[in-house]
Structures are given as structure tokens and as C-alpha cells.
Design a binder for this molecule. Structure first.
Ligand code: G6P
Ligand code: ZN
Length: 543
């Protein structure tokens, strides 16, 4: 066993996006591709001597190969210890939890989140820092700079270690501890939620379906919901992580989790449905014949947070990404606490959470979380809802309807135009930007523009500025249209159009969402010329 120095040359395009470096598996399979990126991460970190690293992924194709490579490289960089999930499995929230709990320098998450897996699918790698959260842009940019200048990397030539067996092994002088993927995380959940009340709920015949989508959250949901909370066996479906996610798209939205939606729409539907994504950080909440939007979910949890023991003392503040609906803002106002509006990307919540300015955070993209870790957290959100259902005895629909009665309803939908031509998408955004100055005050039929801008964020903690984070057209009555290009896609560009209409009157709280938003949908088309630029008359996905 010895440490080798291997000559290499840069690969273009190793710049981490919204959430790490994501490429096709075939790209990652090129000799030196992963190694170059990992070397650049370690070069950015500097001296790793004596430090601990956490490592795991969502079990997708290439996960195990990548884990072995990274272990060998960590050993060549002087890490004292790597904590790796059994079988190479750790959900993104579990990595965050373990980093914090074990005082690690940071962690590496191997995942392309909700992107399809398998030999032809996507793979990804992301570095998280000591607070458990995604590395901030200053670090991801430094990593990118290193990838452009790389000449060599260091790696041990040690044999593979057995990832299936919990316990300690060694590569060079470094200890590798294979840990139970669920244990630390489950312990944290017990501190936050009233497990006794949820146990009673299940004992009383409450029925639930959790769709693991053959991705990483299955083992967590099974151990906690069936194992610790006593839900009947079979409550968690598609529970075993598969390398190709069973050929499905592990993205919990009503389109991709069609099996769950059909089940929840049936006459004998369970009381509660939920799903998570590839790496376990997203969540979808569904009641009987009733889907909850992520924006509403955040607002409802915030309004009722004190039912959960971990949040009994109340919230310091709420944070949401800019395109997320403003339902949470109304709750914050009622609670007399601040509501922060950040760019898309969970990393922007990190400083607010670290500074104790926000307790709950959420995004329209099916992400919800809190200051318990520094990632969004799918199973956590589901347990929070279970705690809420147990504490109130109400149904999901009753809870959400009562919320709308009290705060008004923010009708909300996102229209995605996937895999459009990148140049056309950029031109669409550029032409919108040119129009911005002329929009304020315009009557667009049903709506008058209050202001239109390109969202810019100044981090209230470190003062860093992020520009061009999405175009907002905000109407005088609080309705909004937001245009953004996705930062996570791997094929062409994805245009996201976010539509939001505020409706205070309970008489109008039960319209079909697309109907309620129809006038805004027309305006979005008129203002941006979506069909002209993209050649698409309709979105590919509507959530
Ligand atoms: C990931 C990030 C989220 C983000 C989502 C959508 O899940 O962690 O923070 O909201 O992707 O990002 P996108 O740039 O594709 O809209
Ligand atoms: Zn994810």
C-alpha cells in the first residue's frame, strides 16, 4: 500500500452548479474526471491532516466506485478518519447531521439529487463544510479554479474496503469507519418530534404511505416510521435504494410520484402520503385527494411549529427562496418575526441558520428544513407533518384549509420548459431584462405591474452580493410572475416560470390552481414570448 502521484490535465466545465457538480455518469467514468475534482476540493481545503471527513451518497449507479476512489484519495491527503455510510449510503440530510454531530471538517455527498440514475443517468458530487451545509460560492469557485489548473492528484493504491460491514478499517494511516446510515439521524429526529404522540396515532389505525422512490430515503423511512413509530409494515413503499431508482425519476412531485398520487386519490386512500427524492432532502406532502404545495407546507409548519418539542420555544425567523410563494411571509408577519427572501439554492440559508436569524426554511422545489442541520430534509418534513397531524387530530386538508382561512391563499404553480435550447433560453432572459425598466405601472389586463426587477440578494450576515437571481414581475395586488433558468439541469436549459396569486377571500379558496392562475399564465407568455423563443407551446412539467 503506497501513495501515488498521478499526472493529469484539466477537464473543462467542472464548475459546481446550484448543488454541486452534476454530469452524466459517462462523464464521471472518464479516467481522472472524479479524481481531478476531488483533488481540487482537497487543494481548496488546504491542510486536511488529522481531520475527519464524512462520505456517502444516494446509492445511485457509480456510487460505490466513487466512494472507494475518494477514500483512497482522502488517505493520500492525511485525513485521520473518514466516516462512510454502510454500503456507501448516506442521505444528504444524514451527511449534514453526521458532520455536525461528529465535529467533522466537512463531508462529500455523492448524488445528483432528483436527476435520473443508472448507467445512462446522472451522477454528482458536492462538498459540505463544517456546519453541515453546502459549501458557499467562495469555496465552490475556488474548487473550480483549481480544476482549471490541475496537474496531478494524490491517491493511495490500497485495495477496496468492505463497505457492507459496519466497523473500522484502514487505508494507509487513515481510519475508515463504516457507520450505520440511519442511527445518528434517527436519534436527532427523536429529539425534535413527539414520537410518543405519533406512535399513538399509528396505533389508533392512522394509515400512511411513504414512497421511497427506490432512492435513499427508503431505509430512513423504514427504520423510523415503521421501526420506531410502529406504522404497519408496507407503509413505506419502493423502500430499497436501487442504482437506477427502478427506472423512475426520483423527484417527488405530482408528475413523477404518480403512483402515490393515484393511491391518495383513490376512495380508500390512506390518511397521509409523502415522498422524498434521490438523496432524501426533498419532500412531498399529500393528504387524501389533496396535494400540499411546498410553499404552503412551509407556511403551515411555521404557523404550527410549536406542536413539535424541538420548536416549542418558537421560531427566530423564516427564510424562503425568492420564487417560493409568499405564504410564509404572512405567517412571519403574524408571528412578529422576520421572513428572509434568498436566491434559489439551499446554501443561501446557511448563514441565516448559523447566525440564528432563521429557524425554518423552505423552497418551492419541494425542499423544507430547519436549523437542526444545514440541508433540506425530506424525512424531517414528513415527521413534522406527522407530529402536527397527531397533535391536532385534523386531516391534512383540514389543516391547510384552516390555514388559508386565517392567512389567505397563495395560489401557486411552477411551469417548467425542460431541455430547451440554451442559447434561446439565454436570449429570452436577456430580452426580458431589457424590458424590465418599462414594465412598472403597465396595465397587463387584470393586473397592474407594481415593479419588475432582476432579483439581487445581499446576504445580511456576510454582506456578499448575488446578482441576476431571477426576474420578478410583481403586481400591485401582490401576485407575481418569476422567470429563472434552472441551475441544476444537465441537458440544455430549463426555463422555470413561477406563478403566484394571492386570494384573501375564502369563497375563492377552492378553485383548480391552473384556472386560478390563468390570467397570469397568459401574461407570462405575452411578456416573455416563451413559445417564440423556445418553440414550446406548453410546459413539459407543471407542479
Ligand atoms: C436543488 C437545490 C435547491 C433548488 C433546486 C432547484 O434541489 O438544492 O436549493 O431549489 O435544486 O434548483 P433549480 O436551479 O433547478 O431551480
Ligand atoms: Zn435532493
Amino acid at each position: 500500500m503506497s501513495i501515488q502521484t498521478v499526472g493529469t490535465t484539466p477537464f473543462p466545465g467542472q464548475r459546481p452548479g446550484t448543488s454541486g457538480l452534476r454530469k452524466k455518469v459517462t462523464v464521471f467514468q472518464q479516467p481522472h474526471y472524479l479524481e481531478n475534482f476531488v483533488q481540487s476540493v482537497f487543494d481548496t481545503l488546504g491542510d486536511c491532516g488529522g481531520k475527519t471527513l464524512v462520505l456517502g451518497g444516494d446509492g445511485r449507479y457509480h456510487n460505490r466506485v466513487a466512494v472507494q476512489t475518494i477514500l483512497r484519495m482522502a488517505a493520500a491527503h492525511g485525513f485521520a478518519k473518514v466516516l462512510v455510510g454502510q454500503g456507501g449510503i448516506l442521505s444528504t440530510p444524514a451527511v449534514s447531521c453526521v458532520i455536525r454531530k461528529r465535529g467533522a471538517l466537512g463531508g462529500i455527498v455523492l448524488s445528483a439529487s432528483h436527476n435520473p440514475g443508472g448507467a445512462d443517468g446522472d451522477f454528482g458530487i458536492k462538498y459540505n463544510i463544517a456546519n453541515g451545509g453546502p459549501a458557499p460560492e467562495s469555496i465552490t469557485e475556488a474548487i473550480y479554479q483549481h480544476t482549471g489548473n490541475i496537474k496531478q492528484y494524490r491517491i493511495s493504491d490500497a485495495a477496496d474496503i468492505d463497505l457492507n460491514r459496519i466497523g473500522a478499517a484502514r487505508i494507509e494511516a487513515m481510519e475508515v469507519e463504516v457507520i450505520d446510515s440511519v442511527a445518528d439521524y434517527a436519534e436527532l429526529m427523536q429529539e425534535l418530534f413527539d414520537f410518543d404522540a405519533i406512535r399513538k396515532l399509528f396505533a389508533g389505525g392512522f394509515r400512511m404511505c411513504f414512497d421511497g422512490m427506490h432512492a435513499v430515503s427508503g431505509p430512513y423511512a423504514k427504520a423510523i416510521i415503521e421501526g420506531q413509530l410502529g406504522a404497519p409494515a408496507g407503509t413505506v413503499i419502493n423502500a430499497v435504494p436501487l442504482e437506477d431508482f427502478g427506472g423512475h425519476h426520483p423527484d417527488p412531485n405530482p408528475v413523477n410520484a404518480a403512483e402515490l398520487i393515484a393511491l391518495m386519490d383513490a376512495d380508500n386512500a390512506p390518511d397521509f402520503g409523502a415522498a422524498s427524492d434521490g438523496d432524501g432532502d426533498r419532500n412531498m406532502i399529500v393528504g387524501r385527494k389533496f396535494a400540499v404545495t411546498p410553499s404552503d407546507s412551509l407556511a403551515v409548519l411555521a404557523a404550527n411549529a410549536t406542536v413539535a418539542p424541538g420548536y416549542r420555544k418558537g421560531l427566530a425567523g423564516i427564510a424562503r427562496s425568492m420564487p417560493t410563494s409568499r405564504a410564509a411571509d404572512r405567517v412571519a408577519e403574524a408571528l412578529g418575526i422576520p421572513c428572509f427572501e434568498t436566491p434559489t439554492g439551499w446554501k443561501f440559508f446557511g448563514n441565516l441558520l448559523d447566525a440564528g436569524k432563521a429557524t425554518l426554511c423552505g423552497e418551492e422545489s419541494y425542499g423544507t428544513g430547519s436549523d437542526h442541520i444545514r440541508e433540506k430534509d425530506g424525512v424531517w418534513a414528513v415527521l413534522f407533518w406527522l407530529n402536527l397531524l397527531a397533535a391536532t387530530g385534523k386531516s391534512v386538508e383540514e389543516l391547510v384549509s384552516a390555514h388559508w382561512q386565517r392567512f389567505g391563499r397563495n395560489y401557486y404553480s411552477r411551469h417548467d420548459y425542460e431541455a430547451v435550447d440554451t442559447k434561446a433560453a439565454n436570449e429570452l432572459m436577456a430580452s426580458l431584462r431589457i424590458k424590465l425598466a418599462t414594465l412598472a405601472g403597465q396595465d397587463l389586463g387584470h393586473y397592474v405591474v407594481d415593479f419588475a426587477d432582476d432579483f439581487e440578494y445581499t446576504d445580511p450576515v456576510d454582506g456578499s452580493v448575488s446578482k441576476q437571481q431571477g426576474i420578478r414581475i410583481v403586481m400591485t395586488n401582490g401576485s407575481r410572475i418569476v422567470f429563472r433558468l434552472s441551475g441544476t439541469g444537465t441537458e440544455g436549459a430549463t426555463l422555470r416560470v413561477y406563478l403566484e396569486r394571492y386570494e384573501p377571500d375564502p369563497k375563492y379558496h377552492h378553485l383548480p390552481t391552473q384556472q386560478a392562475l390563468s390570467a397570469l399564465i397568459l401574461i407570462a407568455e405575452q411578456v416573455a414570448g416563451i413559445a417564440d423563443w423556445t418553440g414550446r407551446a406548453h410546459p413539459t412539467v407543471t407542479t
